[in-house]
Design a protein around this ligand. Sequence first.
Ligand SMILES: C[S@@+](CC[C@H](N)C(=O)[O-])C[C@H]1O[C@@H](n2cnc3c(N)ncnc32)[C@H](O)[C@@H]1O
Length: 295
Amino acid sequence: MERLLSNNDPTIGELLHRGSLALSGVSSSARLDSEVLLGHLLGYSRTQLIINNSSLCKPEVVAHFSGLLERRQRGEPVAYITGEREFWGLSFTVSPSVLVPRPESELIIEEALAFVGSARSLRFVDLGVGSGCLSIALVVELVKQRCDVQGIGIDISQEALTVAQANARRHDVFNRIAYARGNWFDGVQKIKPPYDIIIANPPYIDPAEQVPIELSFEPRNALFAEERGLRDVRLILEQSHSRLRSGGLLLVEVGAGKRRALQDLLHAFEAQYEFSLLGDDSEQDRFTVVRAVKR
Ligand SMILES: C[S@@+](CC[C@H](N)C(=O)[O-])C[C@H]1O[C@@H](n2cnc3c(N)ncnc32)[C@H](O)[C@@H]1O
């Protein structure tokens, strides 16, 4: 028989505090993680957690929450535990087959939208779709502004394509994005070039780099690239040129700490593209997006 709640049972507020303490050594966002995990478990938004701060929690909830905290303590990203991640104000389903969408990648959407302006139609490619977050966010915005947009999302991973397709259905843009398995452009026939825009967030971590434990939960082929992290960036620059229309735009996220090596690489492509580097250009060089306009 189900036991009634007693005053010895913890409140939501107490559980949240317990969660933040448990995660303080492993996460830089311990309180937020605790809120997201308990909210997921109870089906509550963060506001509802605050409103119900003094409600008592059943022992089953306490035990289940402890299990989630243990997974987080082992380094598993919150998004894999909940199966959800927000990007561009939209909720995306994620699984361990796809990279967890990162807020800094929203810069690609901002730049793409600025380039499209008030154009009435657009044909684009998203290279390495993963969860589909980039192309889906872009299409959702362009549909709002009545742009006739059609794109193709390419990934080498069939599991990632399945997640991206589910997200495209979820956001009602499945009829605007074709999905194809390919090694970048190799093997892809679906929509014929030329394209107005190609966006890409390829793997860009140097395999020799020390990385945080959380990354060991994400797919290796979403993260690491040879040639000090720049191999896939090079292939994308090589393969995109003939597929872009003249004046078309290529946006490639390139990550951190490689501005010097990147500048050497871009030098070899100067006859083909006009480049600018976007993102954080501080001394720390935390994050870069290459903006390349086809000459
Ligand atoms: C860094 S993740 C980006 C995912 C998503 N676009 C995002 O921004 O969250 C890179 C993606 O590229 C895919 N990928 C890696 N190598 C590839 C290749 N040679 N051809 C096509 N896709 C590739 C991976 O499977 C992964 O989904």
